[in-house]
Write a protein that binds this ligand. Structure first.
Ligand code: 3LM
Length: 400
């Protein structure tokens, strides 16, 4: 079905529901088919050979491509405003397939100060084994990034808002500086999702996602994505996915992410509205020492956030008076809110980064990277906001 019946570009939600699929190509089925197949028949022996040589288009084998996956890829490229996309088995699958494809021994990468724990580990421990050097800088200060760039810098990598500190980084400022030394920029857009922020529109080259989170949206799958220039996406499919990782998304998982995308905009609006209300509530609570949320007036990067995001998203972090011990009592006193890692689900989730998602960092590294030991991260779900707030309220009282 064409989503563009006039010259006017369809809105985000319309494209998230319709882009790339015409029911008339599949017996009128409203929902796109799930192709549960590992391999594909060749019309002739010669045709198979031609497909392997890249002379004839078509599907060969399920590790690199499946029609349900292809629809998800078309839709993700459309929503992020990129030329092409690749869907993979997990966020870490997407990140590692990309890095292993683009980097080689002797290359340097510059990464932001605060990254998801396993991404940090991949850069500082994983890639180091293969001769790639990662330098970490505070990219909220573009001058610090500028000083760290060298002629050997191949990639500049960041998350914004960052996990778990919610620091916001100026995408256009990073893109401009990296371009001067010919380095590619990669942004992990998991926290915002394309409904709230599209890094490519700000000059960023490549976007990665953990689709496990807001894009899937229901806590029932693991998946990842990479969006960017077709040449790079093809290269990652042909190397990073095909033989460096084999991190293939399952057809049924691709279907579930497509289903999640249909309600993405609606969910992000609700996640953001509830998270802002709760961030404001926490900020005024006598037991809370500080709250990090991009849409708060107290956010140091609030102007940048408002320039490049359309709402603050569903994540917030805070610390209690009494630090770590008080935080643990608070988490254990929660009744509605679930103690669990991950984020972007319908359920509100709470976790302690220092001992959970960011336990990969050594304690002194966490301190250096702005991940306080007492920091608590909330992923605000889709429940009635007053119920989330009431649970926080009773747990804050109980943890005093
Ligand atoms: C978490 N994060 O709770 P998968 N990029 C970002 C992420 O937050 C994550 C990934 C990539 C969490 C998962 S921690 C044990 C649970 C910004 C994951 C990796 O491979 O799909 O999990 O994505 O913060």
């Amino acid at each position: 079905m064409s989503t563009d019946r006039s010259n006017r570009k369809s809105g985000f939600a319309t494209r998230a529901i319709h882009h790339g699929y015409d029911p008339m190509t599949a017996h009128g089925a409203l929902t796109a088919p799930v192709y549960m197949t590992s391999t594909y028949a060749f019309e002739s022996a010669e045709a198979g050979g031609a497909m392997f040589r890249g002379e004839k288009p078509g599907y060969i084998y399920g590790r690199t491509r499946n029609p349900t996956q292809a629809l998800l890829e078309d839709r993700m490229a459309e929503l992020e405003g990129g030329e092409a996309a690749l869907a993979l088995a997990s966020g870490m699958g997407a990140i590692s397939a990309l890095l292993w494809t683009l980097l080689e021994a002797g290359d340097e990468v510059v990464v932001d100060h605060t990254l998801y724990g396993n991404t940090y580990y991949l850069f500082t421990k994983g890639l180091a084994k293969f001769g790639v050097r990662a330098t970490s800088v505070d990219m909220t200060d573009p001058a610090a990034l500028e000083r760290a760039l060298t002629p050997r810098t191949k990639l500049v990598y960041l998350e914004t808002p960052a996990n778990p500190s919610l620091r916001v980084i100026d995408l256009a400022a990073v893109a401009a500086r990296a371009r001067r030394v010919g380095a590619k920029t990669v942004v992990d857009n998991t926290f915002a999702s394309p409904a709230l922020q599209r890094p490519i529109e700000h000059g960023i080259d490549l976007v990665v996602h953990s689709m496990t989170k807001f894009l899937g949206g229901h806590g029932d799958l693991l998946a990842g994505a990479l969006i960017g220039p077709k040449t790079v996406v093809d290269q990652v499919r042909g190397h990073g996915l095909r033989y460096l990782t084999g991190a293939t998304i399952a057809p049924l998982t691709a279907f579930l992410v497509l289903r999640g995308l249909k309600t993405l905009e609606l969910r992000m609006e609700r996640h953001s509205a509830s998270a802002l209300a709760i961030a404001r509530y926490l900020e005024t609570h006598r037991r809370v020492t500080w709250v990090a949320y991009p849409w708060l007036d107290s956010c140091a990067q609030k102007d940048v956030a408002r320039r490049q995001m359309s709402a603050g998203g569903g994540l917030l972090s805070f610390e209690l008076d009494g630090g770590l011990a008080a935080g643990m009592r608070f988490m254990n006193a929660l009744k509605l809110i679930t103690r669990a890692v991950s984020l972007g689900d319908a359920e509100t989730l709470v976790q302690h980064p220092a001992s959970m998602t960011h336990a990969q960092y050594a304690p002194e590294e966490r301190a250096k990277h702005g991940i306080a030991d007492g920091l608590i991260r909330l992923s605000i779900g889709l429940e009635t906001a007053a119920d989330i707030e009431a649970d926080l309220d009773q747990a804050l009282d109980a943890s005093a």
